[in-house]
Design a binder for this molecule. Structure first.
Ligand code: 16G
Length: 243
């Protein structure tokens, strides 16, 4: 690895170190899953302070190229998953399409009256209840997203926690014979909170992408409001645009 930094350059040293590490990662010298040299070794190699090295590593962690494991070291991360924003697909479909094994952990399943904003988005009258389901969504046993789904009880009166162990969309389409038609989505960036960080198995602070989706059946009835938090180190959302 080129460890000679250009101290005259206007490019800060931590950026030069980032570039040197990126070249090694992209060139395959540090393959996915391998540990990069320790902070102490990098400090010696580059002849800079530990703070400078730490800054470079933190930036690469935030970009999703590296991930830190407590007590073990810093490793080259798998490339981010590219998720198109165009089709109305389910998590299970998305993961299977990539050859990954989806699974869920239900951490909350309750029935009750929704907050006014959820009732409004689901076009519910006062007194109409919803199921609230919180699931951690995994791909090959790695946590990808945390999802809170609100479903009107009147549409799914028999819904049980057990049924949600698999795919919600296949339950709706295959079991209930309903037709899912379209959705509207909003996305914004945020920082993970402690409780969510634990569930998503990420250290703090970490960026997340929050998506809120309201989905409709082909008869125009909204059937779900979903608030999802996607790990920003594992996801990249892509879309094609035309002029
Ligand atoms: C996706 C959807 C979510 C839907 C879920 C169904 C986004 C932002 N959200 O996570 O709205 O409820 O898939 O997945 O894409 P399932 O059929 O695997 O349960």
């Amino acid at each position: 690895m080129n460890t000679v930094l250009d101290k005259q350059s206007h490019v800060p040293m931590y950026v030069q170190i980032e570039e040197a590490l990126k070249q090694r990662i992209n060139g395959g010298e540090f393959p996915i899953g391998t540990a990069i040299p320790s902070e102490r070794d990098l400090t010696e190699l580059f002849g800079v302070s530990r703070m400078t090295v730490r800054q470079s590593i933190t930036n690469l962690v935030n970009e999703g190229l590296l991930h830190r494991e407590k007590g073990r070291g810093t490793f080259v991360a798998s490339p981010k998953m590219e998720q198109p924003l165009t089709g109305l697909t389910s998590f299970t479909e998305d993961m299977k399409a990539r050859g990954l094994v989806p699974s869920n952990k239900i951490i909350n399943f309750t029935k009750g009256l929704p907050e006014p904003d959820v009732a409004n988005e689901l076009q519910l009258a006062g007194g109409e209840a919803v199921f609230t389901v919180e699931r951690i969504r995994y791909a090959n046993d790695k946590p990808m997203a945390l999802e809170r789904t609100y479903l009107p009880v009147k549409l799914f009166p028999q819904l049980s926690e057990k049924e949600l162990a698999g795919s919600l969309y296949s339950l709706i389409e295959q079991e209930q014979g309903l037709s899912i038609s379209h959705a509207s989505q909003r996305m914004e960036a945020s920082l993970v909170k402690k409780e969510e960080a634990d569930l998503l198995e990420i250290g703090m602070p970490a960026p997340i992408l929050m998506i809120e989706r309201v989905s409709y059946l082909s008869n125009g009835v909204p059937f779900e409001v979903v608030r999802s938090m996607y790990r920003a180190d594992r996801y990249k959302f892509i879309t094609e645009i035309q002029r």
